[in-house]
Ligand binder design. Structure first.
Ligand SMILES: [Zn+2]
Length: 161
């Protein structure tokens, strides 16, 4: 989000040179720079002791491919807390052994994705309404179940030993 107006006072912003950052929208009324804003999301795959990988399909859309467990971070949360919360909320697993993999810029959505691999016992899924289906995959099958060239494909490959 590029600020044309100040979200605090509503004044129109003006570009101001900010050192190495170049021109940044600036509110002269509040006297503060308003750097471009974007959402940060967590994206996880879950592994069980057998090395299988859990992937999901969401309730909205009709996509044939599977995705990871993803969601927006909430203020006050660490990325690790958000990743574990989303896994609990979406598929009902109490994961542990969280491992940070990498971050990726999701250009189409303008979001920063923080990617994790979590470990959980192969317990029964308890699906949220947002999730149509969750399934354990053998590692090779997991690579084929996701959209090729996507961020989740990179996450699956990074999660496989
Ligand atoms: Zn302002």
């Amino acid at each position: 989000m590029h600020f044309m107006y100040c979200p605090d006072c509503g004044a129109k912003t003006v570009p101001r040179q900010m050192g190495d950052d170049g021109a940044v929208p600036y509110c002269e009324n509040c006297q503060k720079p308003l750097f471009d804003m974007f959402s940060t999301c967590v994206l996880s795959v879950v592994k069980n002791p057998a090395g299988e990988i859990a992937l999901i399909r969401q309730s909205y859309g009709q996509q044939e491919t599977f995705v990871g467990v993803a969601g927006y971070m909430k203020p006050g949360e660490t990325a690790e807390e958000a990743a574990l919360r989303e896994i609990r909320e979406e598929i009902g697993l109490d994961a542990a052994g969280l491992r940070y993999l990498f971050s990726a810029w999701h250009a189409a959505r303008g979001q920063l994705m923080l990617c994790f691999c979590a470990e959980a016992d192969a317990a029964e899924f308890r699906l949220s309404q947002e999730v149509r289906e969750a399934k354990w995959f053998q590692p090779a099958d997991a690579c084929n179940a996701v959209r090729q060239g996507s961020i989740i494909e990179r996450v699956v490959r990074a999660a496989i030993p």
